[in-house]
Design a protein. Structure first.
Length: 438
């Protein structure tokens, strides 16, 4: 019996009360009785009462190679004792070794890195560079996309709940996204001919100055609910973007570092080489680090002075490089492809069993279930999704939620889980689904 079943313990209650007293109310928590985390190891997390959970969300698609992976934490500890901070004003071995490693794994001629502390900052830098690199100020992004929590990132984001605060979207336009399950054009793939991609051109022609600085998109929309475009989509969009003078920015904050399987970066699954890649989250396996990676030619077009106080911090740089090395040494891109495919097949079996599941989508270790009240009308089942999170926790499984309508279950297990872990998670999820009541 877990905490959510037994009620809040005195220790948990004290932490939750202090959270409510000293943190902003906007810093929301999952669950009716928030889970107070205590410690974690690889695919498991324990709460303060000692209940163990199989973690299939990993701090919002961030724990890519397991909680507190000793191959990473050992190098973090060693670096903390050697050199903890310098800022970008002083070169150090850690920052240049990470930059060199990134240049080796990125596609095409992307080999120049600018380091930050988060995905929000990485996306800000990408847009800033794109606007400096050409004569246009206009940026095109996709509806349902999420780019971060700053003022500029909120304007690029295209979901109302994440755009509060009087966001001013000057120079930002949003094209319809390739949401095949809920096609905004009321068409069906593949007969549609991927018509949604052409909206990018129409938008440039009617909603911008006629040329653009950049197009920015997540290969798989994270907060949007792991919306996964058809295989032709980004090739079509890439050609359009280039025809109108824009740079193609791939937001890999959630898809990056092998999460989609086989490849290092999600956009490679669509056989497109972007002009700029942004990454964070799994990049540091929980350590706050982000990067904006581009070509030498584009990097030279950054204007004015800039520093990054925490970007390229020696500790975070060592952690990110260690993550890459673990992925290489343990062949985790292949494991993500194989075990992720197995995970997907098991989710498809759940869909056949539970009418609550309207769609299964994603890639590798990014898989989602869109829950609906009726598979024909596709009415979003938001309340049932909230229930499912609670019931899954009761059974020892941590999962995430997203989508514009709050009805998409997001799962992003560590890339080094096994088929046995998948079986355990599916068993818990199946039991949770069976207990959800409309």
């Amino acid at each position: 019996m877990t905490t959510s079943q037994k009620g809040v313990s005195p220790r948990s209650k004290e932490v939750i009360q202090k959270h409510e007293r000293y943190l902003w109310p906007a810093v929301t928590n999952y669950y009716e009785n928030p889970l107070v985390a205590d410690h974690a190891s690889m695919q498991y997390l324990w709460d303060i009462e000692g209940n163990r959970y199989l973690d299939f969300f990993g701090g919002i698609v961030t724990i890519g190679i397991g909680h507190c992976n000793p191959k990473v934490t050992s190098k973090i500890k060693a670096q903390v004792e050697k050199l903890q901070h310098t800022s970008t004003l002083f070169p150090n071995e850690a920052i240049v070794e990470l930059a060199e490693k990134l240049a080796q794994i990125t596609p095409g001629s992307l080999e120049k890195s600018f380091f930050t502390s988060s995905g929000t900052e990485a996306n800000e830098v990408a847009i800033l560079l794109a606007r400096m690199a050409g004569p246009s100020y206009d940026v095109v992004s996709l509806r349902h996309g999420y780019s971060g929590g700053s003022a500029l990132a909120k304007s690029v984001t295209a979901q109302a709940p994440w755009r509060k605060g009087g966001v001013v979207s000057v120079g930002i336009s949003h094209a319809i996204n390739p949401y095949c399950y809920r096609c905004p054009l009321q068409l069906k793939y593949p007969e549609c001919g991927v018509a949604c991609a052409n909206d990018v051109e129409n938008l440039i022609q009617t909603g911008t100055s006629g040329s653009i600085a950049a197009f920015i998109a997540e290969p798989i929309q994270g907060v949007g609910g792991f919306i996964t475009p058809p295989p032709e989509y980004f090739k079509i969009v890439y050609r359009i973007v280039k025809n109108y003078g824009g740079l193609f920015v791939s937001d890999e904050v959630q898809t990056g570092f092998g999460r989609t399987g086989k490849k290092w970066f999600g956009i490679e699954q669509w056989e497109v080489v972007p002009d700029i890649i942004t990454c964070a989250k799994s990049m540091g396996n929980g350590v706050p680090v982000g990067a904006t990676i581009t070509t030498p030619e584009l990097a030279q077009k950054f204007q004015g002075l800039t520093i990054s106080t925490f970007g390229g911090n020696p500790v975070t740089s060592v952690a990110a490089r260690a993550v890459i090395e673990v992925i290489e040494e343990e062949n985790l891109r292949e494991n993500t492809h194989v075990v992720g495919g197995y995970f997907r097949s098991k989710l498809e079996e759940l869909k056949a069993k539970h009418s609550l599941i309207g769609d299964v989508r994603g890639m590798g270790m990014m898989q989602a279930l869109e829950l609906v009240k009726d598979q024909h009308t596709k009415q979003p089942a938001a309340a049932e999704s909230a229930q499912l999170l609670e019931r899954a926790r009761d059974n020892g499984l941590l999962i995430g939620k997203g989508g514009l309508y709050g009805n998409v279950i997001r799962m992003a297990p560590p890339m080094n889980i096994s088929k046995a872990d998948v079986d355990e998670g599916i068993r818990m999820l199946d039991k949770a689904l069976s207990s959800v009541r409309a």
